[in-house]
Design a binder for this molecule. Structure first.
Ligand SMILES: O=C(O)c1cc(=O)[nH]c(=O)n1[C@@H]1O[C@H](COP(=O)(O)O)[C@@H](O)[C@H]1O
Length: 297
């Protein structure tokens, strides 16, 4: 089994696609036919979320190397939601896709070990291929994730420069004359340089928002062994030209996430062949736009 970043690089090359489709089901945005009736139980809503996410996967599987289910949308439904999340992960794997669980986990080292084993370990009940992780508890909190991920050929994506408007509150603050995100980036890069696989990228990836194109290009240059997960494309305003700086010269090094812009595409542009056809058209367009700016795409 190849290391996660090697598998991701191979899948991006094979599909000529750096698009990551985010699975963020929301009750109010489900298409007709899948939307549960008013007063539906959590179990009924969870089943609708499962059906929507699996339907999205079926519509885009040949267009994307990786999907990113956002755990929050499933967690809010309690146990039934988590069962639905597990089913979505299994469905994505059956469709030949890699899966990054967006959980943004972390805690003190000894508790981080439980998160790491639970989400990424050899006996993980979730079987995700990668997990998003927060760095703000420090290096000893990140180590369990990178260790478990390396042992199991999984990956982690560590928040470095997030896409949200308030991200700079802490991330841009100067520490010894440099912004904190740069410090975090340097730590992630050191971890990945020491674990770089065949494709040249190591076990630790970085989350860097499409909404900060300057910092994206700066971090790309400073972090040559680190694969980027770039959210904020589409619904948050990031354009293809904004994410261009996230790629290495060979066209690898980044996957660009779009959630709402793809999975609810039928709301703005319905398709005569149904909601999945609208989702597919949106994914095709996103891939086309990304190919145009991706070096060698
Ligand atoms: O880690 C993430 O995926 C993430 C980090 C970040 O800085 N910004 C960000 O939007 N995300 C996630 O990426 C997805 C973006 O969704 P859309 O804005 O609908 O494309 C959501 O699931 C967010 O939780």
């Amino acid at each position: 089994m190849p290391a996660f970043m090697d598998a991701l690089a191979a899948a991006v090359r094979a599909k000529r696609s750096p698009l990551m489709v985010g699975l963020d089901p929301r009750l109010g945005n489900l298409p007709d036919g899948l939307r549960p009736a008013d007063g539906a139980s959590l179990a009924e809503i969870a089943e609708a979320f499962r059906a929507h996410s699996c339907g999205v996967i079926d519509a885009v599987a040949d267009l994307t190397p990786i999907v990113k289910p956002q755990a929050a949308f499933f967690e809010q439904l309690g146990p039934a939601g988590m069962t639905a999340l597990a089913a979505v992960i299994d469905h994505a794997h059956a469709a030949g896709l890699l899966v990054c669980v967006d959980g943004k986990r972390n805690d003190i080292g000894s508790t981080a070990e439980a998160y790491a084993d639970g989400w990424l370990g050899a006996v993980s009940p979730w079987r995700g291929d990668a997990l998003t992780v927060s760095p703000y508890l420090g290096d000893d909190s990140l180590e369990p994730f990178t260790k478990v991920a390396a042992a199991r050929n999984a990956g982690v994506f560590i928040l470095v420069k997030t896409s949200n408007p308030g991200g700079g509150t802490f991330q841009d603050k100067l520490v010894d004359g440099e912004p904190l995100y740069r410090r975090v980036g340097a730590h992630v890069e050191a971890t990945s340089a020491a674990s770089a696989g065949e494709c040249g990228y190591g076990v630790a990836g970085a989350v860097v928002g499409a909404t900060y194109p300057e910092q994206l290009a700066e971090l790309r240059a400073a972090m040559p062994h680190t694969w980027f997960l770039v959210p904020g494309f589409g619904a948050q305003g990031g354009a293809a030209t904004d994410v261009a700086g996230g790629f290495a010269a060979d066209g690898l090094g980044a996957v660009v996430n779009s959630s709402r812009g793809v999975i609810f595409a039928y709301e703005k542009r319905p398709h005569a062949d149904g909601w999945q056809a609208a989702v597919r058209v949106a994914a095709e367009e996103a891939v086309q736009q990304l190919r145009e700016i991706m070096p060698g795409g």
